[in-house]
Design a protein around this ligand. Structure first.
Ligand code: TNX
Length: 618
């Protein structure tokens, strides 16, 4: 199971930080005080210097396209971060040459006197301290403004909306303005991307911390931008989930859908039905130990997400995909007999008995408890692949489940299989089809449903990138980065107008995904593609531009110890990885006896590396 990330470095106080000269170090001076940290910092600095080195084709050159890929015709990597390099692409970018700002050791982060805004400023400081080694104190923006600062200001705005921001970089400082703390948070993510890649280093790096001059005005195209993690097929502990939340927040995704229950495991404690986790949680695909979240674990996840403006969407998959629940409570099974645990990867064989009143007590208890623990507005009831339930019984079950959700005060979400069922106020269908038309879903939209689009052949991040991708499925086709990027949520589904589309979501099913590194390998670099479809105006859509911008993120992932697929489509700059990512151990054969996809040893340049990860950000 997943490597437990190492502890995050404490925010650095420069007077105590090993390797950082407290007397205002000159840029490019290497730290001298404490040998171990200094060595690390030197190596990280070398890595940063090597960003522009030509590919060597040696094993050191982990960012080079796999052997055989033609890189002759790829554009040269940018010399430095440009204002327009941000992913997802901002709505408007106006560079001002010569107006670069350089963050210095005495910089402060000034913020409007508002608790939530202060929290965002604190998060920004925590993101920038490890690599810079600067103290970056957070101060009140109402004080007289000294030069050389970063300012986060809440300001009434008619055009930025609930998530938009404006970012101005001049030689005097950086100012982020937004109408909401969420907007400031997104602006802070943009600021982070405008700094050199080494900003992601968990240890101090000698670097000139320059940001390109100019202005960005930005706000999202769709209000719902998400990813799903299937924690049922393989269980992922709280640290892994928090790290995924960090990944989402970095790319301005604002929903994390947790697929909490399936045939192979029940992952969330329910007080009224304790055997769900005691019995139903102790299994997973391949026969591993499984696991579950206590109510406190789940509270921690939703709170961590909320601090990053990510809403958790919990899914209890019903009435199918319920074998794990039935192992715990045989009384809910159609024959009243508890089945054995299931550790394979078939779908569609299990269901709770829709004709049994006890089933509805179970559904009401479970959904009631999950709703009470969940701050967000959504409750996902699954509804997919209940192949063994007759259509009339299925419709009656889903209608009742929709009413139970409404009674909890939440808005119901379901996979698009629930489309034919009667409309419920506000309901959202998550569409995972693979064709451009679906009259049944279009009809549900006519009756008032809204859609979250997760087209299986573009947004399913459990699909392989290429035939030789060592993990993943291919039932919906191969999804390389271009395929993940090249579709338009506004026009994708015939008969569904753009205003019925709430947004996009990239699901990661985990039948073949067993560790944090493998999760990241499947997310990156495709997740930023889906994030851009959800956030950026269609006018910015441009594959050539996207792949060039995305290329600059490889060094960031390396510096942060984030695994990713070195897609040959992306013109990655050559780099020697920073120390944090160096001690990579390549996962070898993982035993997955029941899995249909052969799980082979992963070659160094193509597979998910188990790099030691910094813990999720503070
Ligand atoms: C279909 S998409 C499923 C999941 C599988 C997935 C594998 C959906 C709602 N159901 O049960 O894990 O395919 O790609």
């Amino acid at each position: 199971m997943p490597a437990v990330p190492t502890a995050a470095p404490e925010p650095l106080d420069p007077s105590r930080a090993p390797g950082v000269d407290e007397r205002t170090p000159a840029h490019h001076d290497l730290p001298v005080h404490e040998p171990t940290a200094a060595e690390l910092a030197r190596a990280a600095a070398r890595a940063a210097d090597d960003l522009l080195a030509p590919p060597t084709g040696t094993p050191e050159n982990l960012l080079a396209p796999p052997t055989g890929a033609a890189d002759d015709d790829l554009p040269a990597p940018p010399a430095r971060v440009r204002l327009g390099d941000v992913v997802p692409a901002p709505e408007r970018v106006a560079p001002v040459p010569g107006a670069d700002f350089v963050l210095t050791p005495d910089a402060t982060i000034r913020v409007s006197p508002d608790d939530a805004a202060r929290a965002v400023a604190g998060q920004l400081a925590a993101l920038l301290r490890p690599a810079t080694g600067y103290p970056l104190p957070v101060t009140d923006a109402t004080r007289p403004e000294p030069a050389g600062d970063v300012t986060l200001a809440l300001a009434a705005s008619d055009d930025l909306g609930p998530e938009g921001y404006r970012l101005d970089v001049t030689s005097e400082g950086v100012r982020i303005e937004a109408a909401t703390p969420a907007g400031l948070f997104h602006g802070a993510q943009t600021l982070r991307q405008l700094l050199p890649a080494a900003i992601e280093s968990p240890v101090p790096v000698a670097e000139r911390w320059a940001l390109p001059g100019g202005s960005i005005t930005d706000r999202p195209r769709f209000p719902y931008r998400g990813a799903m993690l299937d924690v049922a097929r393989h269980f992922f502990g709280v640290p892994d989930v928090l790290r995924v939340i960090d990944h989402l927040a970095r790319y301005k995704l604002n929903h994390l859908h947790l697929h909490l229950t399936d045939d192979q495991g029940w992952r969330i404690a329910v007080d009224a039905w304790p055997r769900l986790t005691e019995v139903g949680g102790a299994s997973e695909v391949g026969g591993g130990p499984g696991g579950h979240y206590s109510r406190d674990d789940y509270r921690r996840i939703v709170a961590y997400a909320a601090e990053r403006y990510v809403t958790v969407v919990p899914e209890i998959d019903l009435p199918g995909h319920t074998n794990a629940a039935l192992t715990a409570y045989g009384e809910l099974a159609p024959d009243g007999i508890a089945p054995p645990p299931y550790t394979g990867t078939d779908v569609g064989f299990s269901y709770v008995d829709p004709t049994n009143e006890r089933t509805y007590e179970f559904v009401a208890d479970v959904l009631g408890e999950i709703a009470a623990l969940t701050p967000g507005p959504w409750l996902h009831i699954g509804g997919d692949e209940a192949f063994k339930v007759r259509p009339d019984a299925y419709a009656a079950f889903v209608e009742r489940a929709q009413r139970i959700v409404a009674a909890t005060g939440k808005t119901v979400v379901g996979w698009h299989q629930i489309a034919p069922v009667a409309h419920a106020e506000g309901r959202v269908l998550q569409w995972w089809g693979t064709r451009g038309e679906d009259p049944v879903t279009a009809d549900a939209v006519q009756r008032g449903a809204r859609l979250v689009l997760s087209p299986g052949n573009h947004a399913y991040l459990d699909m392989k990138y290429a035939p030789d991708t060592p993990i993943g499925h291919d039932w919906a086709g191969l999804i390389d980065v271009r395929r993940a990027y090249d579709w338009d949520p506004g026009t994708h589904l015939a008969g569904v107008p753009a205003d019925a589309v709430l947004g996009v979501e990239a699901p990661l099913w985990t039948e073949s995904v067993t560790s944090r590194a493998e999760v990241e390998f499947m997310l990156f670099p495709r997740l930023p593609a889906i994030a851009e479809l959800g956030w950026s105006p269609r006018a910015t859509h441009d594959w050539a531009g996207f792949r060039d911008r995305l290329a600059g993120h490889g060094p960031r992932w390396i510096a942060a110890g984030t695994a990713f697929h070195r897609s040959p489509e992306i013109p990655w700059p050559a780099e020697r990885p920073a120390p944090a990512a160096r001690q990579a151990a390549i996962p070898t054969q993982t035993e997955q006896p029941t899995h249909a996809v052969p799980h082979t040893a992963i070659p160094a340049q193509a597979g998910p590396e188990e790099a030691p990860a910094p813990a999720p950000s503070a």
